[in-house]
Design a protein around this ligand. Structure first.
Ligand code: NAD
Ligand code: TYD
Length: 379
């Protein structure tokens, strides 16, 4: 039986990952370490925690004593590090927090793993490692910087981050590689493009747009909306991480993305059109709208759910123009491919939000309103 330490699993991708792991593998044990920042929500994973196959520990990945204690207690085979400050706009506001969690937190986990997993030394002086262990870093395509109209990020693309967020994730990746080169630590890194799907915190583009439409608010598009992101359904990312942790070559980086490039304006228009279509075919969904004016047909009016909701606002500072992944390596070495097309994934995601408004209310009940006002009032 393999025991996993999964950090940050009360957040968006980590929560989807542990749900996927527990479903796919029977004989595993997962210990979740999460600080429950604004982005972490215990309710998201409460149904998965059974104190046998899935154990939850609230704590900070920067806490050396706690992390050492967890390694001693649970004898982890795998560490999968999702824990991070993950939002570019917040990193522009407060860069230092991103250095603390994303860089120092990663280095603290690497060091704890080294203390726990090193067995001795070989004849050349390098540490020898417990068999079968792996430290996996969940990274991002944003470490490569920004593309023009042409080309894709490969694993050989030079690292060239622009935002404080991506600079901190790049530093973390470099530490992971430094542990590989200096201590021969068995590590791997996945660099994935933008994810979407259930449990996505509504500070990121897609869930924010969905939330604003349901509340009848304007939809803020930065700049002229021409920036391109390569969108991947979250479960396809989880599947890629699972493959890399178990079967990927130690010491390697794998890019993860599904050739699904869209401009932000396309994403926003698609989201508007999909919500409108779903509400037309399932009038019961209209109950979740804040605005419940009755139209001439006696149903809640949805004629206002159209592109007029879009507002172009001041651009993000240092806004990367285009991200696009070349996933050849993971496809050829591990047989990974994205199973969920965007057409299917976006409908599934929107329906999930329509059916889980209680979750949205729960995660936005804290400082979200203040965050929104601060971030968008001068735009
Ligand atoms: P998220 O913000 O939704 O969740 C982050 C989680 O980490 C939260 O549960 C939070 O409580 C926890 N956390 C934060 N600081 C912590 C600390 N110091 N100690 C312990 N826990 C802490 O993030 P996400 O979107 O799920 O992203 C997860 C990882 O995937 C991140 O490392 C991110 O860089 C990477 N990534 C994200 C995307 C994307 O599209 N969202 C794409 C590629 C890579
Ligand atoms: P985001 O979801 O924050 O992810 P990332 O910055 O990591 O790619 O943003 C996705 C794109 O959407 C990015 O180009 C910025 C843009 N965007 C908006 O236009 N309006 C918004 O309100 C947000 C949050 C993002």
């Amino acid at each position: 039986m393999k025991t996993y330490l999964v950090t940050g699993a009360a957040g968006f991708i980590g929560a989807n990952y542990i749900k996927y792991l527990l479903r796919i593998h029977e004989h595993i044990r997962v210990v979740i370490l999460d600080a429950l920042t604004y982005a972490g929500n215990l309710g998201t994973i409460a149904g998965d925690i059974d104190n046998e196959r899935c154990i939850f520990v609230r704590g900070d990945i920067c806490d050396r004593a706690l992390v050492d204690d967890l390694f001693a207690r649970y004898k982890f085979d795998y560490v999968v590090n999702f824990a991070a400050e993950s939002h570019v706009d917040r990193s522009i506001e407060n860069p230092q927090l991103f250095l603390l969690t994303n860089i120092l937190g990663t280095q603290n986990l690497l060091d704890a793993a080294r203390r726990a997993w090193v067995m001795g030394r070989d004849e050349t002086g390098y540490p020898t490692w417990r068999a079968g262990v792996r430290y996996h870093q969940v990274s991002t395509d944003e470490v490569y910087g920004s593309l023009g109209d042409e080309g894709y990020f490969t694993e050989q693309t030079p690292l060239c981050p622009h935002s404080p967020y991506s600079a901190s994730k790049t530093s973390a990746d470099l530490f992971v590689m430094a542990y590989r080169d200096t201590y021969h630590m068995p590590v791997s890194i996945t660099r994935c493009s933008n994810n979407y799907g259930p449990y996505h915190f509504p500070e990121k583009l897609i869930p924010l747009i969905i939330k604003n439409i349901l509340e009848g608010k304007h939809l803020p598009v930065y700049g002229n909306g021409s920036n391109v992101r390569d969108w991947l359904y979250v479960e396809d990312h989880c599947k890629a991480i699972d493959l890399v942790v178990r079967e990927g070559k130690p010491g390697e980086v794998y890019n993860v993305g599904g050739h699904n490039e869209k401009t932000n304006l396309e994403i926003v228009k698609l989201t508007i059109a999909t919500i409108h279509r779903l509400m037309e075919s399932h009038p019961e969904y209209r109950q979740v709208l804040k605005k419940k004016e009755i139209g001439p047909d006696g149903e809640i009016d949805i004629s206002w759910i159209n592109d007029d909701l879009i507002t172009f606002v001041k651009d993000r500072l240092g806004h990367d123009q285009r991200y696009a992944i070349d996933p050849t390596k993971i496809r050829e070495e591990l047989g990974w491919y994205p199973e969920t097309t965007f057409e299917v994934g976006i409908v599934r995601t929107i329906e999930w939000y329509l059916n889980h408004q209680d979750w949205v209310e729960e995660v936005t009940s804290g400082d979200y309103q203040k965050y929104y006002e601060r971030m968008y009032k001068d735009r």
